[in-house]
Design a protein around this ligand. Structure first.
Ligand SMILES: Cc1ncc(COP(=O)(O)O)c(C=O)c1O
Length: 368
């Protein structure tokens, strides 16, 4: 008999969210970011579900792009970290992967003729992770032209687009715009999910929405549903035991929670071994029988405890939503001092992903 802990993947909600991204991006075109195993939802699953809506995918690396091709998906794929080895240029050319070039060593591999895939250049507009200095763009493009390689696109990435108060995004946009204006017939791309929600933000030609497609909020201190987004993953388990605690009884490792009154508690069959965050604090909500119940005590590897005081009818076998339609993943993330990205990508292989929505089928485990 299977363990009653599953991640339900709502493909209709995935498509709903991507369509919001497309509407917000227009007249720019959105490409679906499906890296990190489709933000934990299964890269093949989400890429297939979006294949009628997106004409381009974005991933971090070649291995992820290869999964898309193996699944029979033919759209171009943007490798946002570019290639990690010279020989991957040949594979990228053969597979129609667009390779981001962000560093001189990648430029050298291209100049040495290891392969001629479509190329985008990455500009460092201020985040200081990857990318050429704005002043070097023209020279890099010239060198590629001499090697017979046309630059099809140019991109940058924002450091603080999630923060409505920050001036950094406007500054990065200005640096990017100034350094890429006049490059001629070239695609320009800056926008992560957050940029889609910033009033007046220029989105250029192509946007790269990730977290919003999965229903997570890209904005600080806001939850996905406030932005019209729907949860794609519902993380769900069951009550497997209940217990009456007397005043003064502690629960779980480290005795971090103690009853201040007689309390009925329940044990839920999920823990950090499934990807539920161990750092979730006392009071982090779960959803049982249409009501919120607070987490009590420290999360264990395979289970966690909740206070059932407000849900007298709760009983063994009841379904417990850890996050999803009723409990925003952003809220759980805030209770654990992290972001929805980490929670969604951190659901472990032990948790079967069960699809709902059109193209319904049941899959076990993640795709990568
Ligand atoms: C270069 C790049 N573009 C786009 C994205 C998508 O970002 P988000 O999930 O915030 O929309 C990422 C994700 O980290 C990224 O690294």
């Amino acid at each position: 008999m299977p363990r009653a802990t599953v991640a339900r993947i709502h493909l209709d909600n995935l498509r709903h969210n991507f369509r919001i991204a497309k509407e917000r991006a227009a007249p720019a075109r959105a490409m679906a970011v499906v890296k990190a195993d489709g933000y934990g939802h299964g890269i093949e699953r989400v890429a297939r579900a979006l294949s009628g809506d997106t004409d381009y995918y974005a991933v971090a690396c070649l291995e992820e792009a290869a999964v898309l091709r193996a699944a029979g998906l033919s759209q171009p794929v943007l490798l946002m970290q570019g290639v990690h080895e010279a020989d991957d240029l040949r594979i990228s050319e053969a597979e129609n992967f667009t390779v981001v070039v962000h560093s001189p060593h990648q430029l050298d591999w291209l100049k040495a003729g290891h392969g001629r895939p479509e190329v985008w250049l990455k500009v460092n507009s201020g985040m200081n992770r990857l990318g050429f200095a704005p002043a070097d763009l023209g020279r890099v493009r010239e060198q590629l032209a001499q090697a017979g390689i046309r630059v099809a696109g140019v991109m940058t990435h924002f450091a603080c687009a999630d923060d409505e108060q920050s001036q950094g995004t406007a500054q990065q946009t200005e640096v990017f715009d100034r350094s890429t204006t006049g490059l001629g017939d070239i695609v320009r791309s800056v926008a992560n999910s957050a940029a889609h929600f910033r009033p007046g933000q220029p989105l250029f030609d192509r946007t790269r929405p990730g977290i919003m497609v999965y229903g997570g909020s890209p904005m600080l201190e806001r939850y996905g549903p406030e932005l019209g987004l729907k949860a794609v993953m519902t993380l769900e388990s069951r009550l497997i035991a209940t217990r009456e605690l007397a005043t003064g009884d502690a629960v779980g490792y480290g005795e971090t929670w103690r009853a201040t009154r007689p309390t009925r508690m329940g044990m839920v069959c999920i823990g950090y071994g499934d990807g539920y965050p161990r750092h979730a604090v006392n009071g982090t909500p779960v959803w049982i029988r249409g009501t919120r119940a607070p987490l009590i005590g420290r999360v264990s590897m395979d289970m966690l405890a909740v206070d059932l005081g407000d849900i007298p009818a709760a009983t063994i076998g009841d379904t417990v939503e850890l996050w999803g339609e009723h409990i925003p993943v952003d809220e759980v993330a805030a209770c654990a001092g992290t972001i929805s990205y980490e929670l969604l990508t951190g659901v472990t292989r032990r948790v079967p992903r069960v699809e709902t929505g059109a193209s319904t089928s049941v899959n076990t485990g993640s795709d990568l």
